[in-house]
Write a protein that binds this ligand. Structure first.
Ligand SMILES: [Zn+2]
Length: 257
C-alpha cells in the first residue's frame, strides 16, 4: 500500500521513501509525492535517487494494475533498475513544472464545470492542454467561456479539499458531475474538492490553492464530437515552461490538440 502524500498536499515536490517492489510495471514505494494517472489527470514524471546517488528517471506514474493500493513509478526507456531493489531508501522528486501545469489546468476544468451546467462524460488533463467533454447539444460560446474563466480567476476563490463519508455523498447526489468517473467506493471516505462559492464535487486530483493561481488559461477550441458531446479544450495563454511548444500565444491560437 503506497501512502499518497499528494492527496493532502499537492505542492510537495519531494519525499523520502522505501522501495516495496520492482516489477515490469515499475517501482512501488511505501509513500510517494507522484500522482498516478487517474480522474483524467496525467501521471507525474520525475526522478528516484538512492542514498548512493543512483538516479532513475521516471516517465509516468500509474496505479499498479496487479497490486491494489500500490502506485507504480514507470521508468523512462532504458532506465537501469539495478540499484532500486526492494528495501532501498530513495528520494522521490517530481517534475514540478509538469505538476504545476496539471494543477493549473485541473483547477481550470472545475471552473468550466461551474460555467457549463451539463454532465461531464470525459476529461483529459496534461501539461500542454486540458479537455473536457460535456454531455449536451447546445452550442457553447468561446468568448463567453473565456470571460467567465477570467472572471473566476480574477475573483481569487479559495480552493480546498475535505473528506466526506459515503452516506453524505449518497444524500447529495448532485455532487457527482461526471458520468464517466464515479468516485471510488468502499474506502469509507471520499475526497471532495471545493472552490469556494463556485464548484463542489468529488475529486482526487491535484489543484492550485486559489483560482488566482490558475493564471492565464483560455479556451483554445470548442468541438462538436457527437450529437450529444461538446468538447472544450483549454490551453495556456503564455508559454508553459514544461511544454513551450504547446503554448497558445495570447490565447488566439487555433492549432492544438
Ligand atoms: Zn479536481
Amino acid at each position: 500500500m503506497t501512502e499518497e502524500l499528494f492527496r493532502e498536499d499537492a505542492t510537495l515536490p519531494t519525499c523520502t521513501a522505501t522501495v516495496l517492489a520492482v516489477d515490469e510495471i515499475g517501482v512501488v514505494l511505501d509513500r510517494t509525492v507522484f500522482y498516478p494517472l487517474g480522474g483524467g489527470q496525467a501521471g507525474d514524471a520525475g526522478t528516484l535517487t538512492t542514498e548512493t546517488g543512483a538516479v532513475l528517471a521516471i516517465a509516468d506514474t500509474r496505479k499498479h494494475p496487479g497490486r491494489p493500493g500500490d502506485i507504480a513509478h514507470v521508468p523512462a526507456a532504458g532506465g537501469d533498475l539495478a540499484a532500486f531493489a526492494a528495501g532501498t531508501r530513495v528520494t522521490a522528486r517530481i517534475d514540478e513544472a509538469r505538476r504545476l501545469a496539471h494543477r493549473r489546468f485541473h483547477t481550470a476544468t472545475h471552473l468550466l464545470c461551474a460555467l457549463v451546467p451539463y454532465p461531464v462524460d470525459g476529461c483529459s488533463i496534461t501539461a500542454g492542454y486540458a479537455r473536457l467533454d460535456f454531455h449536451m447539444n447546445e452550442a457553447l460560446d468561446k468568448a463567453a467561456l473565456n470571460a467567465g474563466i477570467a472572471r473566476l480567476v480574477a475573483e481569487a476563490h479559495a480552493v480546498r479539499h475535505r473528506w466526506i463519508g459515503e452516506a453524505e455523498l449518497d444524500a447529495n447526489p448532485q455532487l457527482v458531475r461526471s458520468m464517466s468517473v464515479q468516485p471510488p467506493r468502499g474506502l469509507g471516505r471520499i475526497r471532495v474538492l471545493e472552490i469556494e462559492g463556485v464548484d463542489l464535487q468529488p475529486c482526487g486530483g491535484t489543484h492550485v490553492a486559489n483560482t488566482a493561481d490558475i493564471g492565464a488559461v483560455v479556451v483554445t477550441k470548442i468541438e462538436k464530437k457527437s450529437a450529444m458531446t461538446r468538447r472544450v479544450v483549454l490551453g495556456f495563454a503564455e508559454p508553459s515552461p514544461a511544454h513551450p511548444d504547446q503554448a497558445f500565444p495570447h490565447g488566439t491560437g487555433s492549432a492544438g490538440p
